[in-house]
Design a protein around this ligand. Structure first.
Ligand code: TXA
Ligand code: MG
Length: 339
């Protein structure tokens, strides 16, 4: 059994001591729940990979509560990275820097770089302070499942496999942090998140999006770019073009005639244009912040309604979280993207 802890200071101290002692503790961040282990304890970090059934080839992010924790973890902390940290930390930006010898190789999957982030969630910061060690933490889901945005998602995937989950309620951003590779020039955004390219440009005028966001079929660079990711159990199709709603509607009819149970994610405006929608519908909010916040919960919700397929119509408006939403939908669709 995994114990659910509150966010009161007694529980946070307990969770912090457990982390320091090598146990696994899931905790809320502003993006998604993380599954933490003492990053300097290779055996504890191994436990993360076992609990998640995550391949050892996929490196982890180290979480810190202060800038002073960074220098021992990296070979160099260039002025540019320090400026980004001062600007975007605490927050949803993960920076990849050359790793020091102190970081066990299991954390970075044998790479000579390390990913670092200071989360802004007050509970995460309090826990990191209580542990007072750097904390390696991937998203607290089983490998390839949607990232958890509330404690019940963590328990659905990991109950009995980890010591504690600190229940801090639902996360606010809902999608994982922006991953920025800073060890090459120009810097590359490996995973889009709440800190967008537009926000980074004043500090990194030549920062680029990884090619996979510009053209299809590119070889993955971040091991986390494996196709199968963030997926509901049901097969998902992502309709993204101009005629997304109509195409979704036609596909839904075909599936229903074949006796399949169809789940649909669609805006209220699109839904009102269609005559008869399939049974299980999740209305997408009008704004990207809310869509992002609820996206992974929607996947889990439709799964719980036992649908066989999930059809999503989402029009990326550009800017803000739209690229991150489109990215997670494409990955969940495992390439089944129409339009
Ligand atoms: O918002 C987040 O980033 C959440 C919360 C818990 O902080 N964490 C998270 O971790 O999403 P995870 O492990 O699910 O995703 C980390 C991503 C993966 O795609 C991984 O491959 C990439 O970061 N990554 C980590 N270290 C890397 C490195 N040294 N080089 C390239 N990619 C790296
Ligand atoms: Mg993850």
């Amino acid at each position: 059994m995994t114990e659910r802890l509150t966010t009161n200071s007694t529980d946070i101290q307990r969770a912090g001591a457990a982390l320091k002692a090598g146990e696994l503790v899931a905790f809320p961040t502003e993006t998604v729940y993380g599954l933490g282990a003492n990053a300097l304890d290779a055996e504890a970090v191994n436990g993360i990979f076992r609990a998640k059934e995550r391949p050892a080839s996929d490196p982890l992010i180290i979480h810190v509560h202060s800038l002073a924790q960074v220098p021992p973890l990296v070979k160099t902390f260039p002025p540019q990275a320090q400026q980004l940290a001062q600007t975007f930390w605490a927050g949803a930006l993960t920076m990849i820097l050359p790793k020091s010898e102190l970081v066990p190789s299991v954390v970075s999957a044998g790479l000579d770089t390390v990913a670092l982030r200071m989360p802004s969630h007050p509970v995460a910061l309090a826990l990191l302070k209580a542990a007072n060690v750097p904390v390696a933490a991937p998203s607290a889901n089983r490998f390839s499942r949607p990232s958890p945005t509330q404690a019940s998602h963590v328990l659905a995937d990991l109950d009995g496999r980890i010591a504690y989950v600190v229940d801090g309620g639902a996360t606010t951003i809902g999608l994982e942090s922006t991953v920025l590779e800073l060890t090459q020039s120009p810097a590359v955004i490996l995973r889009p998140g709440a800190v967008t390219r537009e926000m980074l440009l004043p500090f990194l005028p030549d920062v680029v999006l990884h090619q996979r966001f510009l053209q299809a079929d590119d070889a993955p660079k971040s091991p986390g770019m494996l196709a199968k990711h963030y997926s509901p159990r049901a097969a998902l199709t992502y309709f993204k073009g101009e005629h997304a709603a109509q195409q979704l509607y036609e596909a839904a009819q075909v599936y229903q005639q074949a006796g399949q149970r169809v789940g649909v994610m669609i805006s209220a405006v699109d839904a009102s244009r269609l005559k008869e929608l399939p049974t299980e519908t999740w209305i997408l909010a009008e704004d990207d912040n809310t869509i992002a916040r609820d996206l992974f919960r929607a996947f889990r919700d439709l799964d719980a309604r036992s649908v066989d397929v999930i059809l999503v119509a989402y029009h990326a408006r550009g800017g803000g979280l739209s690229l991150a939403i489109a990215d997670r939908l494409s990955r969940a669709a495992e390439g089944d993207v129409v339009g």
